[in-house]
Each structure stands twice: as C-alpha cells, then as structure tokens.
Design a protein around this ligand. Structure first.
Ligand code: GLN
Length: 266
C-alpha cells in the first residue's frame, strides 16, 4: 500500500489521517504530503490500520498519539488526564498579565497550566495540585521532559495547604476544574476522558463552589483567583466569587466569544 492509498483508506478526516500516518510510519508530515507514491512497510500499515480503527470508534487523536500541544508546549497525555483544550490557553494569558511570585494550579491534570505559566515566569514559584496519582505521574513526566521545575502536590484542591492560621497563601490561584453537569448529553463525546476531570455534581459547579469557598484563606492580599468554567456558568460563578467576599469580580470570553474564565481578587 502507498502513502496515498493509506490516506484514502482510513475513513477519517484528511488532516488527522496525515498526523496518524506520520506517527505510524515515522515519516514527517511534510514527507507524507510530498511522497504519496512511497510504499508503506507492512508494520507501518498495520499500525496505521490500528490507529484509524481507534479514531473511527471515537478515541481522541491526542490519546492515540499520546501527545497534545498546549500553549506551544508538547505534552504527553494518556487516558488518566484530560486532554488540554485550546480555550484553556485564555487562563494562561490572564495569569501572565498579572504580577506574582507564587502561583498554584489546582487540579493540574497533565500539568498544562502550571507548565505553561512556569515556561513564561521561570522565576516564579509554581505549585500544582492533583488528586489523581496516575494524572500526577503524567504531569511530573511532562515537567521533567520540558525541564520545568514545579512543586507537585498530591491532594484535592487546597487540601495540601493547611487551614486557618496555618493556611499557605499564594499571589495567584488558577484552576480548570471539572465543570460539566452529571447527565450532560455532551459527555457522550468525552467518553474516553476521565470522568473525574469533567463532571462535578448535578449543576457542574460542585468543584468550583469548593474552590471558591476555600480560596480567601489561601489568597494573599490583592491576589487573583482565576477559574475556567462552562457555557452559561459565568453568572453563577461570579455570584459565588462575590459571596466569598472577593472583589473586582469579572468574566473573560474565549476566542469563540464564550464567557470562559471568571475571577476575582482578595
Ligand atoms: N472543556 C471541556 C469540555 O466540555 C470540559 C473540561 C472541564 O470540565 N474542565 O469539553
């Protein structure tokens, strides 16, 4: 089978077929485009057939390849972490517009937010918390591969940072917590990703409520809390931020114009 025949045989989108064929053959994507008549070795053909079969059954390309780019960083991913989304890059941009010498990323997953921030603020202390041990392994591996030093903590939200007088405070807190409502039909499309990274109670706001209510004890004076949320949740999240006694409550839209991040400061 030739490259051109393989690309036509997959029954998947042309761009994805090129990516998967490059991964299956070890050819560059440019070579896949430039040499359609090249013959595929039998093992590469079998690997490509496996990849396209998985893709047709709905598995995300990022899991098939084991990687996803986020904010220009190549990250390793597997089904124990949420695949970093382009809309989450807004949270990185908002973080980098602020002054901070310490920042914590709650529910870091693959490490995406913490690593992107550290890349651009090498002198900041960057701490990342994750409740899933399997996800934390992926995040740590990404940190090593990228040569970025993060303080990784195993735990839930602000759990690792003590309470009351002993509470540890930060100059900035960011989080992309689970925010999909249990029973949301949209979950069918997300069935390959970890439910714990996606779903948070009947209205999708359980994790956000928990983070917001504990935040004032962990924010330094003037420190911002920035949270990603879903479509239609911005008003509820702003209300929670206000009820927690935080100030300058506001929401920012993502590139699609969807209210995507809300935040406030102490
Ligand atoms: N943005 C994801 C989706 O709905 C959800 C991610 C999350 O819950 N943090 O596709």
């Amino acid at each position: 089978m030739t490259v051109a025949e393989a690309l036509r045989s997959g029954g998947i989108e042309p761009r994805e077929a090129r990516l998967l064929l490059a991964a299956a053959t070890g050819f560059s994507e440019a070579a896949v485009l430039a040499f359609p008549e090249r013959a595929l070795p039998a093992e590469a053909e079998a690997r490509f057939a496996d990849f396209t079969g998985r893709r047709r059954r709905g598995e995300p390309v990022a899991y098939i390849l084991g990687r996803q780019e986020f904010y220009g960083l190549p990250l390793t991913v597997n089904p124990s972490v949420l695949i970093p989304r382009p809309e989450t890059e807004l949270l990185v941009e908002l973080a980098l517009q602020r002054d901070f010498s310490s920042v914590v990323d709650l529910g870091t997953g693959s490490g995406a937010l913490a690593l992107a921030i550290k890349k651009h603020r090498p002198n900041a202390r960057v701490v990342a918390v994750e409740a899933s041990a399997a996800a934390l392994e992926v995040a740590k591996r990404n940190g090593i591969a990228l040569g970025l030093e993060i303080e990784w903590r195993h735990g839930l939200w602000f759990g690792p940072f003590g309470r009351e007088e002993k509470a540890e405070r930060f100059d900035l807190v960011v989080s992309n917590p689970p925010y999909v409502a249990a029973g949301d039909p949209h979950l069918a499309e997300l069935r390959f990703e970890p439910l714990k990274a996606l779903v948070s109670g009947t209205d999708g706001l359980d994790a956000i409520r928990e983070v917001v209510s504990a935040a004032p004890a962990h924010l330094a004076d003037g420190a911002w809390l920035l949270l990603e949320h879903g479509i239609g949740q911005d008003l509820a999240v702003r209300n929670l931020l206000g009820q927690a006694g935080l100030e300058e409550v506001r929401t920012w839209p993502d590139l699609a114009g969807i209210p995507r991040v809300s935040g406030a400061r102490r």
